[in-house]
Structures are given as structure tokens and as C-alpha cells.
Design a protein. Structure first.
Length: 287
């Protein structure tokens, strides 16, 4: 099936892309890797009158450490992130999660900014953004602003970005030395959409936990932080019993989806199982 007709533009600068967005007042869609938008257009689920292709804006593809933050350009390919030595050294949670994103052709074309802006409930990258407490930089004709992960995702395929705003950079805090990280995912096949996934980062020593971050993908309408479980671990530590209880708390604090892939109750069950597995793996790295 072919998409409906549309006008096509391929700007070479961010300013030119923003000008095109503004001149077409809500009728334009940005094209990054195209792994979500193009299939939606082919199935007539999206009918943009104008496509603004960002693939010629070379200034949006980079990975750089800047103090305690790693800055990643929005058009950086997921495959580039997978093999980046900076990501491997400073963002091990992202490195683990990125390997679960789709299949090789998907990661070769897909971009970090496109995945975040698309806000698919099952996407792993928004989960990592939540777990690490990252933020994105967005630009519009009025200027730039930062949006924290917790303020970005509103619902399935819905973010807080305005129609004339463009995501230009992702900023992720460097994972502290000695922290434990893990991603656990349940899917029909490796590379398929996550029916449920949990990403965790914990900082501590022995059975003590000074900081816990737990985020989800595929379970609810959008990625969320499981703050009640995080607080419990920070208060009670990382014993077998505490981890098991944190997993139960996690399951109680999600609003799981029910669809053709899984019932809400199955997703709630998976939340507990995957959280416990991820916490055990992460705790094993700091003990």
C-alpha cells in the first residue's frame, strides 16, 4: 500500500526545518528514521500534507560527554548508539536497552529523537530517558527550552511538545560509578514490540540502597517511573525480601493496558516479575 500524496522538503539546517513547520501550520510532519511514520502513512493512519525530512541536517547527529551529562543529537542512529564507546562507558542502561529495540534494519535507520518524539508505549528509549532522569532540548521559532522526561510523555503517542517545536537533543546523566543497571523485557520474539519491559538503575553498597530508579515500557499508555517502589528500596534496602516487596509495589502502581497482545492482569503480573528480575541483576552488580 502506498501513502496518500504529500509535499516533500529536505532542509539542511534546523532553522530551515522550523521555518517549514511554521509555514505549514500543523499540516507538516517531521521525518527522522521513518520506522514509525512511514508505515502509519502506508496504512493511512497518518495523512500529513507535508513531510519535512531531517536526514540532511548533519549537525543533529553526535554523541558527546559534557561534564556529568551525555548529549546525543536527535538524528543519531540507534545503531550508532549501540556501538558508541561513550555510551558503553557512561550509559550502560541505554546500551543494554538499545539492543532490544526492533531488529537490525530498524536500528540502522531509527533515531533516538524519533523514538522519543513518537512516544510509542512499547518503546525502550523513553523508558531509559525516564529511568535516568534525562531531558530533551527542543527548539521553536520562539527559542529553545528543556523538557524533563517526567513532563514529556502524556499518553500513547502523545508528548507535551507544541506543533511548532522540534526535538534537537537528548541529555542523559552519566550513570554513577558502581551503579547497577538492568533491563528485563517480555516480547513474543526478540526485537518485537515489548509487551512489558522494566529498566532499573540502583546505587548503593551491600544491602543498602541510596538511590533507585525504576521505569516501564509496554505496560501502560506511556512510560512511567515507579516511585513508590523506588522509595521503598531507598528506605528498606536491597535484601531478598525488600526486592520482592518492591516488585509487588510496582505491580500495584501501574495502570496496565489490555489489548490483543496481553490482558491488563497479565501485564500487571509481568510488571512484578520483570521488576524483581531487573532489581536482582542490578543489585548483583553493586554487591
Amino acid at each position: 500500500m502506498k501513502p496518500p500524496s504529500f509535499d516533500y522538503h529536505a532542509p539542511t539546517t534546523v532553522d530551515d526545518a522550523l521555518a517549514l513547520l511554521g509555514s505549514h501550520a500543523g499540516d507538516a510532519r517531521l521525518l527522522a528514521g521513518g520506522q514509525s511514520l512511514l508505515p502509519m502513512m502506508n496504512f493511512r493512519l497518518a495523512r500529513p500534507a507535508v513531510i519535512v525530512d531531517l536526514n540532511r541536517i548533519s549537525s543533529l547527529a553526535y554523541i558527546e560527554r559534557d561534564g556529568d551529562v551525555v548529549r546525543i543529537g536527535a538524528m543519531t542512529r540507534q545503531r550508532t548508539i549501540e556501538f558508541s564507546p561513550v555510551v558503553a562507558a557512561e550509559l550502560p542502561l541505554l546500551r543494554e536497552a538499545i539492543k532490544l529495540v526492533g531488529h537490525l534494519p530498524t536500528r540502522s535507520r531509527g533515531t533516538i529523537g524519533g523514538s522519543i518524539a513518537n512516544a510509542d508505549p512499547a518503546a525502550e528509549i523513553p523508558m531509559v530517558l525516564q529511568a535516568l532522569g534525562g531531558e530533551v532540548r527542543v527548539r521553536s521559532p520562539q527559542g529553545e527550552r528543556s523538557v524533563a522526561a517526567e513532563d514529556l510523555f502524556l499518553d500513547a503517542m502523545t508528548t507535551s511538545l507544541a506543533p511548532d517545536e522540534m526535538l534537537i537533543e537528548v541529555r542523559l546523566p552519566v550513570v554513577p560509578p558502581g551503579a547497577g543497571v538492568a533491563v528485563e523485557e517480555f516480547a513474543r520474539r526478540r526485537g518485537d514490540f515489548a509487551i512489558a519491559a522494566v529498566g532499573v538503575m540502583i546505587v548503593g553498597e551491600g544491602d543498602r540502597c541510596s538511590s533507585a530508579r525504576i521505569a516501564t515500557a509496554g505496560i501502560s499508555s506511556h512510560s512511567i517511573r515507579l516511585r513508590a517502589a523506588e522509595q521503598y528500596l531507598e528506605e528498606q534496602g536491597l535484601s531478598e525480601g525488600a526486592i520482592a516487596e518492591a516488585a509487588r509495589i510496582s505491580a500495584r502502581h501501574v495502570k496496565p493496558l489490555s489489548d490483543n497482545n496481553a490482558s491488563a492482569e497479565f501485564r500487571r503480573h509481568l510488571t512484578s516479575v520483570l521488576t524483581e528480575r531487573a532489581l536482582h541483576r542490578a543489585a548483583g552488580q553493586i554487591q
